[in-house]
Design a protein around this ligand. Structure first.
Ligand code: HEC
Length: 116
């Protein structure tokens, strides 16, 4: 079938950029700037007091949001009303906690509830 190679080429022309984009997105996730190990520790120290079941912030864990939702959340940096997350975290801690939450989000390869 002589047509096959043409449609195959068209197919590849459409698919390859998409695959590249997907790879780019995935690899930039893996290269999240912060340290997720430190982020997990900070999260437990700083956020968990208010964010367990029954506490005043309600249960929040990496699973509360998807990776995209966490990204948006940190881009906005808001934490309820006019308060910002900067109230609880300095810049480095912010990157670390962000890496932890994103890398273990609901749709991440390793979802995590952050150890009850
Ligand atoms: C002093 C208590 C307290 C601390 C500490 C705290 N939070 Fe909160 N958090 C709250 C409360 C209360 C709310 C609910 C705000 C609202 O409903 O408007 C909230 C809301 C949230 C939400 C919104 C949940 C949703 O439905 O989207 C997220 C996410 C969140 N906090 C993350 C964090 C992170 C990350 C930290 C640590 C850096 C943290 N919080 C530290 C009290 C706290």
């Amino acid at each position: 079938m002589p047509n096959t190679s043409i449609s195959f080429r068209l197919f590849m022309a459409a698919v390859l950029p998409l695959a590249g984009l997907l790879f780019y997105t995935t690899s930039s996730d893996a290269a999240a700037k912060g340290s997720e190990t430190k982020g997990r520790a900070f999260y437990r120290q700083i956020c968990k007091d208010c964010h367990t079941k029954g506490a005043k912030g309600g249960e929040v864990s990496p699973l509360t949001k998807t990776q995209a939702q966490w990204r948006t959340y940190f881009q906005k940096g808001k934490h309820g009303g006019s308060e910002t997350l900067g109230k609880y975290l300095n810049e480095t801690q912010m990157l670390d906690v962000q890496a932890f939450l994103i890398n273990h989000a609901a749709d991440s390869p390793q979802p995590e509830t952050c150890g009850k």
